[in-house]
Ligand binder design. Structure first.
Ligand code: ADP
Ligand code: MG
Length: 249
């Protein structure tokens, strides 16, 4: 078991890939560099996110620079915020908001986070709600019940982020009750498990349904065994590969 305390300074970070972005050692630096909305920035301190962890210092800039990312960092090092903060920053404002309607940023779900278990999806949803405070983001923890609510397209069009297990998403895609062509951010959390044989086919089906040309893909996990790493890298474009601590093979 990994130590669950957040102590980035104890970890060594390696970053590989073409033109790797510069790390940001504070959240303020991220805010300035990437024009993070003020409300979102305020939600960090409000939820006791004071100093970014190692994976956050390097992963957040990479994602905000629109790079595909494969990130490996031990359990408890804050991988969830590493991908959620860029998603909220990039989405800018909720689909249902006037700004979004006016700038025509498109309808329908724009970000998907996939996790191998319901329990994990639930935890990710909770982290999402912290960042969503103060704005009318529609964040859906996908289940049979919520999926059926979304059978109404006018409701579906206002959803910003979906968090789901693979099978749940695949069912909705197959039913034709969920369009993913406007998805700009696809995250695989605990990617080592999602790319393993049990889930791989489902992940491939979901990925194929995300047809937006500017789709950004990110994978986060505590380990990435060699066999799975090859599959992962094959799915990413010019990825930035981040490893915090020792790679577990
Ligand atoms: P991982 O996915 O790497 O296992 P989590 O994203 O679940 O880690 O984060 C572990 C815990 O650390 C959570 O309770 C989260 O709220 C907290 N956390 C994450 N980032 C920070 C931070 N920068 N400062 C303080 N706490 C943080
Ligand atoms: Mg995690």
């Amino acid at each position: 078991q990994e130590d669950s305390s957040v102590a980035p300074q104890r970890h060594r970070i390696t970053m590989k890939g073409l033109n790797p972005p510069q790390e940001a050692v504070t959240f303020e630096e991220m805010k300035e560099r990437y024009s993070m909305p003020a409300q979102l920035y305020a939600n960090l301190a409000k939820n006791d996110y004071i100093h970014p962890t190692g994976i956050q210092s390097s992963g957040i800039p990479a994602l905000l620079e629109s790079r595909d990312v494969a990130a490996i960092s031990p359990t408890g090092t804050g991988k969830t915020l590493s991908y959620l903060l860029p998603i909220f920053t990039k989405l800018g404002s909720p689909s249902s908001s006037q700004q979004a309607q006016e700038n025509g940023s498109g309808k329908g779900v724009r970000a998907i986070v996939i996790a191998p278990t319901r329990e994990l999806a639930h935890q990710i949803h909770n982290e999402c709600l912290k960042l969503a405070q103060g704005r009318k983001w529609r964040i859906v923890l996908f289940s049979k019940a919520t999926a059926s609510t979304l059978s109404d397209k006018s409701i579906r069009d206002k959803v910003d982020i979906i968090i789901s297990t693979p099978l749940r998403l695949v069912s909705s895609i197959q039913e034709g009750s969920l369009e993913l062509e406007n998805v700009r951010h696809l995250v695989l959390d605990e990617a080592d498990r999602l790319l393993d044989s049990e889930f791989l086919e489902q992940i491939q089906e979901i990925t194929a349904a995300c047809t937006h040309p500017n789709l950004q893909k990110a994978m986060f996990s505590a380990t990435l065994p060699a066999g799975v790493e090859k599959t992962a890298m094959g799915m990413l474009q010019d990825p930035i590969r981040l490893v915090v601590g020792l790679k577990d093979t």
